[in-house]
Design a protein around this ligand. Structure first.
Ligand SMILES: Nc1nc2c(c(=O)[nH]1)N[C@H]1C(S)=C(S)[C@@H](COP(=O)(O)OP(=O)(O)OC[C@H]3O[C@@H](n4cnc5c(N)ncnc54)[C@H](O)[C@@H]3O)O[C@H]1N2
Ligand code: MOO
Length: 415
């Protein structure tokens, strides 16, 4: 397949949406395993999760104050205050062993279990004390400052559904409902090969070399998104070396990610080596800028499907490949109900020129007083450049072939 150049016709390039849609068809969801809730952060749920207990688990005080019966205060007024003898105390974490006698009150603290007989709590700010007598100058509606058992949730009710990714808040919600373990999708096994003779793996690069950006970028991206740091190997542009590295990495992974060597040059070996290793090409070359020579293939080893994504070597293409393509593949592997990328809506702060490929531009976003998101294009967008990432907060889609005016609606992802 011949590559189209930037000035020419792009009929052979696969539209970005078609590339993203192909992951839904080609990627098989990983097996399910049960893990302790403490290990579930960033994992995707494979089964519904239900509350093990009522929440709150028992009827309790919402404040520091005095547990009483609302009926005992019915006649209380400023002129004729009600005086209730203080005959006990309930501390948080300690279950009362007796019932509150009628006409009396007990000291209670926030989260303390309401004794039988009590139905209301008077917060301490409205209670005067005369030794062991609590004085109240007003009636209180029954149930004031009481949290009822099960008012938030009933045991057995559904708290989370399959396909949800566990974030810190959801993890805490499940912990609070007595959930100790959850069924999640197995963590994807990921290997990375950074290719290129010119890439310095340690120390300063040679006279025609570059500092490695793609290794640090991929390592940081996986960690930022909650994945274990993948093994990253560096491979020179030598067919035998690449074949050995790819054979080993493919056999050991659900997803092999390579950077570089996927364009049309004489030393761009990812595709031919992939073919030799029995990988079926799903697509190569996407109508996107940056990242056009992007490659995706699959290989079935028995029941195990291996995925190979070849990201073009330019670091800007790797950045975009991670945020869009790798995120989409990982979503499908883990059975996310709403697969990434998760686009949001915003408007362009300035017009953008058309390109024959869909553009993915790094921009800064600002929210105006009406809550509208405005996106402003940064300079230094070329795919061999990363320096504008110190200012960029959004990756913005500009559809192929259309110039967009100021105010045009676009889709974007947070960076
Ligand atoms: N005749 C054509 N040439 C090119 C085409 C084309 O269609 N026809 N496509 C261009 C596009 S678009 C891209 S993107 C690049 C992608 O090429 P490769 O995937 O083969 O990547 P490399 O050639 O190995 O490297 C590209 C570029 O990136 C630098 N690089 C590579 N690895 C790293 C790293 N780990 N850290 C920092 N920088 C890295 C490398 O030095 C090159 O400058 O092909 C175009 N060519
Ligand atoms: O697709 Mo390349 O990343 O435009 O330079």
């Amino acid at each position: 397949m011949a590559a189209a150049d930037d000035c020419g016709h792009h009929g052979r390039l696969l539209p970005l949406d078609d590339a993203l849609a192909s992951y839904g068809r080609e990627v098989r969801v990983l097996a399910t395993e049960t893990v302790a809730l403490t290990q579930a952060l960033h994992r995707v749920l494979a089964e519904p999760v239900t509350a093990a207990v009522d929440l709150p688990m028992f009827t309790q005080s919402a404040v520091d104050g005095y547990a009483l019966r609302a009926a005992d205060l019915a006649a209380a007024t400023d002129a004729a205050p009600q005086r209730l003898p203080l005959s006990g105390e309930v501390r948080a974490g300690v279950a009362p062993t007796a019932a509150l006698p009628a006409g009396q009150t007990w000291r209670i603290f926030t989260g303390g279990r309401l004794p039988d007989g009590a139905d209301t709590v008077a917060r301490q700010e409205i209670v005067e004390r005369d030794g062991d007598i609590a004085i109240l100058r007003d009636a209180l509606p029954c149930g004031t400052d009481v949290r009822d058992r099960g008012e938030e949730l009933r045991a057995g009710s559904t708290l989370a559904t399959p396909g949800q990714r566990v974030h810190s808040g959801l993890l805490a919600a499940l912990a609070m409902a007595g959930v100790a373990s959850v069924a999640v999708r197995r963590a994807p096994r990921i290997r990375v090969l950074v290719t290129g003779d010119e890439v310095a793996t340690s120390g300063a690069p040679g006279e025609a070399g570059v500092f490695d950006a793609n290794g640090p970028l991929t390592r940081a991206w996986f960690s930022e998104h909650g994945y274990a740091a993948p093994r990253i190997d560096y491979v020179v542009d030598d067919r035998a070396a690449l074949e050995a590295a790819m054979r080993d990495a493919l056999a050991d992974s659900d997803l092999l990610l390579t950077t570089g060597g996927v364009s049309v040059g004489d030393h761009d070996l990812i595709r031919p080596v992939a073919t030799d290793l029995g990988v079926r090409e799903v697509f190569w070359q996407v109508a996107q800028k940056p990242g056009k020579p992007l490659y995706f293939g699959v290989r079935d080893d028995g029941a195990q499907r291996r995925l190979l994504i070849g990201l073009p070597g330019n670091p800007g293409a790797v950045l975009m490949g991670l945020h869009l393509h790798v995120a989409a593949i990982l979503s499908q592997l883990q059975g996310e109900a709403e697969p990434a990328p998760h686009w949001r809506d915003g408007r362009l702060a300035a017009a953008v020129r058309a390109d024959a490929r869909e553009q993915l531009l790094r921009m800064t976003l600002r929210i105006d007083s009406d809550g509208q998101v405005w996106l402003e294009r940064l300079g230094r967008q070329a795919s061999h450049m990363l320096s504008n990432l110190s200012a960029a907060t959004a990756l913005v889609r500009i559809p192929a072939g259309t110039a967009l005016d100021t105010g045009a609606h676009v889709r974007w992802l947070g960076l």
